[in-house]
Design a binder for this molecule. Sequence first.
Ligand code: GCB
Length: 602
Amino acid sequence: MRLKSKLLVFAVLFCNLLAFGQTTQGLDPLVQNVYNRHRISLNGYWHYVVDPLETGYYDYRRMPNPDGFFKDHQVDNVSTWKEYDFDTAPVMPVPGDWNTHSDNLFLYEGTIWFRQQFLYTPKSGNKVYLYFGASNYDTKIYLNGTKVGEHEGGYTPFNFDVTDIVKSGNNKLVVKVDNKRRADAVPTNNFDWFNYGGITRDVMLVELPQTFIQSYKVQLKKGTTNTLELKARMSAKTAGQTVTIEIPELKIKQTLTTDASGMASVEVKATPSLWSPESPKLYDVLVSSATDKVNDEIGFRTIETRGREIFLNGKQIFMKGISIHEEAAFRNGRIFSEDEDRTLLNWAKDLGCNYVRLAHYPHNEQMVRLAEKMGLLVWSEIPVYWTIHWEKDYVYANALNQLDEMIERDQNRANIFVWSIANETPHSDPRDKFLSSLAKYAREKDNTRLISMAMERKDKSKEILSINDNMSEYVDIISVNQYVGWYDGTNEKLDRVKWEVDYEKPLMISEFGGEAVFGHHGDVSQIWTEEYQAELYRKTLRMIDERMPYVSGISPWILKDFRSSRRLLPNVQDGFNRKGVISDRGDRKLAFYVLQEWFKKK
Ligand code: GCB
């Protein structure tokens, strides 16, 4: 199924490429678990050229210039004409975001060219992949003057087989990154977070044997606690290759044989200790073939819904969560290190969370792995956010590709319990078609997790709040972002409203909240104060206790104040969405303690 699905993605992408000439190009199937492969980091200081008019890409008639900056020509004599020079251009760190690297680039949206040189000695018989953890948003990649490919989307990994392009000695890697917002992009041009541009995650060469283990999935079979499904996909699409999967602690050693598509799968009886927030048990897993091997740490759990409840490992669970953007604590830029992931996750643990909603796009791989080790369940989502151009096939292909890359990377993470396919999208038939197809795809690719999306309210009356969304049929968990007390009335309204939600499915409140400036105090009726925000939390939580006893989880908006160009109020917002229960400097607001107390009682 997985291979068929991947082929489908490639087919859709290919057709779109022919039709529109945009979206992704030249991508190779993702190599899974790159951090446990033989890799050579290309991180470091890269030279960059800021190119707002895309002079390095188009000629003066705005036609693609075959001799663009990607050629990185050398000046070899006094009459060589060249109007750019990577060698003398400034440098910035990769991974990095250009906005916080330089004040001049803080609000820059456009193209920046990056160049890194590296020495390499190809090993005969090896394959070499060039891997990007993420780059925001439109990325074109050239190695030694040859175009390697391109990728659209700012938050998912992608890679290319560069075996035939990388050479012995010095190599020149030139990358064009364009973070201009577009109405027909995913996300669209209107979103409430900061459009950090650049190569924002690790870049590396991954050295692999000619035939290698492309990916594997080792999970409990849906609906069981005593059967493991072991699956592996080899890079070569031929029958008869053997792959061995070992889990020493469970005394499992199974040899699988591939079919003609390079896929192999087998079921094996086992009763592993289950992963849970209280006991985040992971097992060492070794996947090996005649030519390749890769290690992982994998946990096993079941997740299902029954009626209006969510069950983890057969036990009903209340999801005590918080939403998080991938923005560093204290310095407000994209996160570039595991320590920065850890700071945010520790804050979530201090709050008493057993779950984090990683909004509104897939966060870096270490964030998910760290959360797994810390016993935090994860809601993982793609940036299908607000208004999307639902009718356009290439927009769908782009969303589908991002969904595929998200699942492909993290399909072995026990803590991911939900793939979320959208956030607050306006209702229409084309939207329903788009989203239901994404839901179907996610379910087929991975039936061991639940599907959800953050919906909006559709009220029965002013004070009878409700949800009415055709997509309810396609999701396992109904989730709603609701802002009574902030965008909808003041806090008193929270004392009056009733909820009538008619779906026999679990309901999560994926967002609620209000803004407060840390240290700004006043009466509970005064907005922007910590007191108002704390009161909003108190009343919302009381509303849930008293009038929504069936709610099965919450992830208030949001852990930390975050940068957003939509938030313009001077001396209050100053470019920040202030709905954090913690300020951008790490100070806990009163609402933090209100939520912490509530979680203690849950
Ligand atoms: C929402 C969005 C989130 C915003 C938040 C807000 O409903 O999902 O991205 O940041 O509201 O603060 O308005």
